[in-house]
Design a protein around this ligand. Structure first.
Ligand code: ARG
Length: 464
């Protein structure tokens, strides 16, 4: 214990006359979650050291010693042999301490011209940039899987719903393409957020910049940042980029959750539109007949925690005066959990989309109930010259008769249909069929199979 405390005291030097209590140590430490930033921390330090050497602030020998020490630390971490110490508070001090053990004074010179404040801001941005790239890849895979499903079912008809009531027939391919659109916008948001994540805070030091002749642009280039953060106070203190990421992630999860809700409903034996491969479902410990859609249900549930993290980070930020405050240490767990949740969810959904079996007969049977082609009949009358409101009224009367009799519009004989409007002729039965109904919606964004195929081709091109 004494030995570990003396290690820590080196970070603060002689300013303190007593050590912090164990409780405070535990309360203020972040190493057990921020050690996830180790690789980003090492990359940031190496780029900083390279610049210090290039500027003549440290010697070439110091830089070489730092490189050697960091390589050793990387292999210790990879081998699970690195000893993370609570006494050293966070990932930064743990690595710096070990570097000093390995590289002596060179290790102690590494922190020249920087602070943990710009260091941690840099680490989070490097880490998040990588996480966004992973998420972009997964969003792409999910879209590709949905496009394959859409292609297989470009002509499969199911009822489209509004208010959870049968509205109009649509194609299953068209329905899948709706999600492709949502996930495409999610990818746009992620890519846009990445541009603002990808700016370098290093050089801001604690808050005001540094007195050393640093070259920030050099460090930015080494680390692949598109720009340097332009104000030192802002660079160390704002976490808006993490909030923005969580907002984009919350929308990803919201789209996943809506899809999950549909999958759960569709898989219910009462509906029976789809089946989901067994490997994504679980049984019941008591009811032998059950096969539950656990994955979509859990994803729907996990949306809540990602939404919560967004609100958590907004609340974390809102009361902070400039510049850095320790509050910001609380950014990490919500951010990491958001990354993990979204990454795992997208990975599993990209896989599960290929494990969905569509049941066209059940979909068709449902589309035949509920007067899904009533709008087509009204449109038919409009094309024959009737004003739309009158057409709507005439069809409503016909539907009323069908409801009373328990039959479909297409079951009514022509003479009877003509009693609702003399404009109705024998060709009416073309529009009363499900196929006629979907095929007629033949324009960009419409549900016609031809349009679905065109939309798939368009989306595939965007993904190339
Ligand atoms: N662990 C800290 C964080 O996550 C690092 C920065 C600490 N800086 C400081 N001045 N206490 O924010």
């Amino acid at each position: 214990m004494t030995a570990q405390l003396s290690k820590k005291s080196e970070a603060w030097s002689a300013r303190f006359s007593e050590p912090v209590s164990d409780l405070v140590k535990r309360y203020t430490a972040s190493v057990f979650f921020d050690k996830r930033l180790a690789e980003a921390d090492i990359q940031g330090s190496l780029a900083h050291a390279e610049m210090l050497a290039h500027q003549g602030i440290i010697s070439a020998q110091d830089y070489a010693d730092i490189q050697r020490g960091m390589a050793q630390i990387q292999s210790e971490i990879a081998a699970g042999k690195f000893e993370w110490l609570l006494d050293l508070e966070d990932v930064h001090l743990n690595i710096e301490k070990r570097l000093t053990e390995l590289a002596g004074d060179a290790g102690k010179r590494l922190h020249t011209g920087r602070s943990r404040n710009d260091q941690v801001a840099t680490d989070i941005r490097l880490y998040l940039r990588g996480a966004i790239d992973d998420i972009l890849g997964l969003l792409r895979e999910l879209r590709l899987a949905l496009l394959d499903l859409a292609e297989q079912h470009a002509e499969t008809i199911l009822p489209g719903f509004t208010h959870m009531q049968v509205a109009q027939p649509i194609t299953f391919g068209h329905h899948m393409l709706a999600y492709v659109e949502m996930f495409a916008r999610d990818a746009e948001r992620m890519a846009d957020c990445r541009r603002r994540v990808n700016r370098l805070p290093l050089g801001a030091a604690a808050l005001a910049g540094t007195t050393f002749p640093i070259d920030r642009e050099r460090v930015a280039k080494t680390l692949g940042f598109e720009d340097v953060a332009r104000n030192s106070l802002d660079a160390v203190s704002d976490r808006d980029f993490a909030i923005e990421f969580c907002a984009a992630a919350a929308l990803v999860m919201t789209h996943i959750s809506r899809m999950s809700e549909e999958l759960v409903i569709w898989m219910s034996p009462r509906v029976g539109f789809i089946d989901i491969a067994d490997r994504f479902c679980t049984g019941s410990s008591i009811m032998p007949q059950k096969k539950n859609p656990d994955v979509p249900e859990l994803a729907r549930g996990k949306t809540g925690r990602v939404n919560g993290h967004l609100i958590g980070l907004l609340t974390l930020m809102k009361g902070q005066p400039l510049a850095y405050n320790k509050d910001n240490q609380e950014d990490k767990e919500p951010l990491f959990d958001t990354v993990d949740t979204v990454t795992d969810t997208l990975r599993i959904f990209a896989d599960m989309a290929r494990g969905i079996t569509v049941k066209p007969d059940a979909m068709r049977a449902a589309a035949l109930q509920g007067y899904a082609t009533a709008t087509d009949l009204a449109d038919y009358l409009v094309k024959k010259g009737l004003p739309f409101r009158d057409a709507h009224e005439a069809v409503a009367h016909a539907v009323r008769t069908c409801v009373d009799r328990g039959c479909d519009l297409s079951d009514l004989p022509l003479e009877e249909l003509r009693s609702y409007s003399p404009l109705i002729e024998a060709d009416v039965f073309d529009v009363l069929t499900l196929e006629g109904s979907v095929a007629a919606r033949d324009h960009i964004g419409g549900t016609a199979p031809a349009q679905v195929r065109a939309a798939i081709a368009y989306a595939r091109k965007q993904l190339d």
